[in-house]
Design a protein. Structure first.
Length: 386
């Protein structure tokens, strides 16, 4: 069509009943009972960037194809009446995640697409972005609907596997084999990409991520990314560290510092939002921030969860953690969580200042990796004076 392959023509099959669809965001193919048991042949995922921020699609998916990473949001909405996880898309993805945590030939592959404009048209064209597996699932609070009501949805972190040996393509014969009841799951691996077979056999993604970033970086004029804007809290921490170290500063400051009252307003508001979030999920919540290096202690039957809460007026990409907070959360993992309430509005026209709104983002379990930490200052032990 218009010089591009037609999706339905490429994926057409008269042998396996219902035609594979790509009309919704999450399109799970019908499950089958094969000679070795039940399996879902595949899940096709479609993102439509032009719909982002609308009543229909209030969230924005993140496709970092060059980095081999996608963050995709589930199909729960403010108007959804069924319980979280019961919508068709989320149910299929959660089922897939159970398989992806213990890799096997039974696991359903994710085929990712995104809508792209072509020939002056926003609709009607999709681009294949890769083959993926789910690495992490999180509950996130979003806003949507005509009234911008808050609701809880799932976010899926997906690793894209390297398809370089296959010229960034997936042979549809593989999916057809997975739809064939006469083939065992192991037998279908004959048509699978090399990286998928390696994932099934070894259980890790690692260097199997998409290598497109390396290919692009060889371009003599690579597209530079804009540096991530630092939050007010990070800038303030860096300034405080510089003052403590006795650094001379230029007369131009980094911006307005928050007062103690403003910081308290952000803290109280974010802890309150986190408390309500967990209580709605059946947890008993105790605020222990005044005596422990974390904010909330959650109990539910025999379960315990240790929660760190951060509130910010920024978009939340960076938050400040103390050494004690990092050390404790590493001890608590995987029974821990980080809640960031970002994009909070701070009303400084009243006294004391008032915080309102914001978007709650919860990561649980929370694994703190070194590459996600940035050193603000060091303590140096002088060998001659110690």
């Amino acid at each position: 069509m218009d010089g591009y392959p037609n999706f339905h023509h490429v994926t057409h099959s008269s042998a396996y009943g219902e035609q594979v669809q790509l009309e919704k965001g999450i399109n799970g193919t019908a499950g089958i009972t094969a000679v070795d048991g039940s399996r879902r042949p595949a899940i096709l995922i479609r993102s439509s960037p032009w719909k982002s921020g609308t009543v229909e699609t209030p969230w924005k998916d993140h496709f970092e194809v060059e980095d081999g990473y996608v963050r995709y949001y589930g199909d729960h909405k403010a108007s959804t009446e069924v319980a979280l996880g019961r919508t068709p898309g989320n149910a299929a993805m959660l089922e897939a995640f159970d398989h992806h945590r213990v890799p096997s030939a039974y696991a359903p592959p994710l085929l990712l697409f995104r809508a792209v404009p072509r020939n002056g048209k926003q609709k009607g064209y999709v681009e294949f972005c890769g083959l993926g597996v789910i690495e992490r699932v999180e509950k996130v609070e979003q806003q949507g609907g005509q009234a911008k009501d808050s609701f809880i949805n799932y976010a899926y972190d997906i690793a894209l596997l390297d398809l370089t040996p296959e010229n960034d393509a997936v042979a549809w014969e593989w999916i057809e084999a997975r739809r064939n009841k006469t083939y065992s799951a192991e037998e279908t691996l004959e048509w699978a990409p090399k990286s998928w077979r390696h994932w099934v056999e070894n259980g890790t993604v690692g260097n199997l991520r998409s290598s497109r970033r390396a290919t692009v970086s060889e371009n003599p004029k690579p597209k530079e990314r804009k540096p991530e804007a630092e939050s007010p809290e990070v800038l303030e921490a860096e300034e405080a560290a510089a003052r403590t170290a006795g650094r001379r500063r230029s007369g131009t400051g980094q911006g307005r510092r928050m007062s103690a009252a403003e910081r308290k307003a952000l803290e109280d508001h974010s802890v309150g939002r986190a408390t309500a979030h967990f209580e709605a999920d059946g947890w008993s919540v105790e605020d222990v921030g005044a005596k422990e290096p974390y904010d909330l202690l959650l109990t539910r039957g025999d379960e315990r969860l240790y929660v760190e809460v951060k509130g910010t007026t920024s978009e939340g990409a960076q938050v400040i953690l103390t050494r004690a907070e990092v050390e404790k959360q590493r001890e608590f993992a995987p029974h821990n969580a980080l809640v960031v309430v970002h994009s909070i509005e701070l009303d400084r026209t009243v006294s004391p200042p008032e915080a309102k709104g914001g978007v709650l983002h919860c990561t649980s379990p929370w694994e703190i990796r070194e590459q996600h930490l940035k050193v603000v200052s060091y303590v140096y032990h002088h060998p001659d004076l110690s």
